[in-house]
Write a protein that binds this ligand. Structure first.
Ligand code: GMT
Length: 437
């Protein structure tokens, strides 16, 4: 039998004398003596132990693996945690799209969902709970971290109970991202169970203070909720310097050197108001040479395409669909358009900021916590496409001001939202949760 004793990046197997620590269940143990010692303590035994370095964790992460902010944050967090030496196990119905499948320290466990004809609605949440419990047991997970409350936190709660019945602990952290609270979670059919799962989580984090307050107010939650903002890897999301930018073949493919590039990046859900993006661009393109690049896909794409044709600007509007290396595209742009109805954070704007691209955005939800109006971007009321177009033009027509804002955007991303600052906060939070549970 092999047991974990201390914690380390690279397990070392040694013949030690050990015994179970009574309160910690069968998988957490501690060393009693040196290899040569006789096992003299009561209940002690000799056997193989894994020597692990202090602080090492095995973390199970569950998220929506498709295109969408919460899945992106969860995946990037897993990548950063693995880079810090932790072991990360993604548990989901398909591999998160930003994973290569060959990342060091990252494992993927698919959740098989039975499509037995009796099931009009296959019970994914139950299959997920079973897989979570299984993976936690087989791979000695320390904790689960679920992104987006519905249904992930309910599945994690079930997995924790399944393991508790077998004398094992499996604390779980829920990170709330936005529509799991502001839209879906408020639906009467989900509200009671979402509230229960939030209350029962061993730890709960929110991606902005706005969402934290909204959760407390809408769900009447009394338990502590910690804000840990979204983050960006500033070494991956980085600007291409000005002269080089105009010359890159990707940029030349999209626009002539004298043309501005406006970009939009989303999952094209109604909340993103993609048709407003096209309307803003039409007003800008009326005044100066410009191209619009739309990255992503979703239900509103066809309406946006129709509008681009209807307004006679389709030759300057490029629908690129889902893209893997959005960092490279963002770095080519002059401005990002994010006219959303609501954003609890606005990850796309942060990724753009790190690439020195300021946003024309709406003053909603958590966006003002990310974008300093007039300094790192410009904020407007929802639907005010005229003023958003004027704002975009005022920057594009004033290169000195645009440059100042570009620099400020990158600095803010580096100083406040860089992965190197934010990811250690998650690690500390896990440690607190593990110490308390
Ligand atoms: O609602 C969406 O558009 C997708 C959603 C998600 O969970 O995938 O996005 C939310 O989470 C992102 C990552 O934390 C945030 O950047 C988005 O602001 C947030 N969306 C909303 O609040 C509408």
């Amino acid at each position: 039998m092999t047991v974990n004793v201390l914690r380390s990046k690279t397990p070392i197997f040694l013949d030690f004398c050990w015994r179970f620590r009574p309160d910690d269940g069968p998988l957490v143990n501690y060393l009693l003596d040196k290899p040569s010692a006789v096992c003299s303590e009561p209940d002690s035994r000799r056997g193989l132990v894994t020597i692990l370095e202090e602080g090492f964790m095995r973390i199970g992460i569950t998220c929506y693996p498709t295109y969408g902010g919460s899945g992106v944050v969860a995946t990037e967090l897993g990548i950063e945690l693995a880079a810090l030496g932790h072991e990360v196990h993604f548990i989901s119905y398909s591999q998160p799209f930003r994973l290569s499948g060959r990342d060091d320290g990252i494992f993927y466990h698919e959740v098989p969902v039975s499509n037995y004809p009796l099931f009009e609605f296959p019970p994914y949440d139950l299959a997920l709970a079973s897989r979570m419990a299984e993976v936690a047991e087989y791979y000695s997970l320390d904790l689960l971290h679920v992104h987006y409350a519905i249904p992930h936190s309910v599945s994690a709660l079930l997995a924790r109970q399944m393991l508790a019945a077998r004398g094992r602990r499996l604390p779980f952290v829920t990170t709330l991202h936005g529509t799991d609270i502001t839209l879906v979670g408020l639906d009467r059919s989900y509200l009671p169970i979402t509230r229960y799962a939030i209350e029962q989580s061993d730890g709960v984090t929110c991606i902005s203070d706005y969402l934290r307050e909204k959760t407390i107010e809408s769900f009447h939650i009394a338990r502590p909720i910690e804000t840990i903002t979204n983050f960006v890897n500033c070494d991956v999301y980085k600007p291409i310097e000005d002269e080089a930018r105009a010359e890159t073949c990707e940029r030349r493919h999209l626009a002539a050197p004298h043309e501005s590039i406006l970009i939009h990046l989303s999952n094209f859900r109604p909340v993103k108001r993609v048709t407003d993006v096209v309307k803003i661009f039409a007003r800008v393109a009326n005044e100066r040479p410009a191209q619009l690049v739309l990255v992503g896909d979703g239900p509103e794409r066809s309406a946006a395409e129709y509008l681009a044709h209807d307004l006679g600007i389709h030759s300057r509007v490029h629908f690129l669909g889902k893209q893997d290396h959005v960092n490279e595209l963002l770095a080519l742009a002059d401005l990002l358009l994010m006219p959303s109805e609501l954003e609890s954070f606005g990850l796309a704007a942060l990724e753009a900021m790190a690439c020195k691209v300021p946003s024309i955005a709406t003053r909603v939800g958590g966006v003002p916590e990310l974008i300093d109006d007039g300094v790192t971007g410009l904020l407007f009321p929802v639907g005010d496409v005229d003023r958003m177009a004027e704002g975009a033009l005022s920057l594009l027509n004033d290169p000195a001001r645009l440059k100042e804002m570009r620099d400020a955007a990158r600095q803010a991303a580096q100083k406040r939202f860089c992965a190197t600052l934010v990811v250690p906060r998650y690690v500390r939070y896990y440690e607190q949760v593990l110490a308390a549970s």
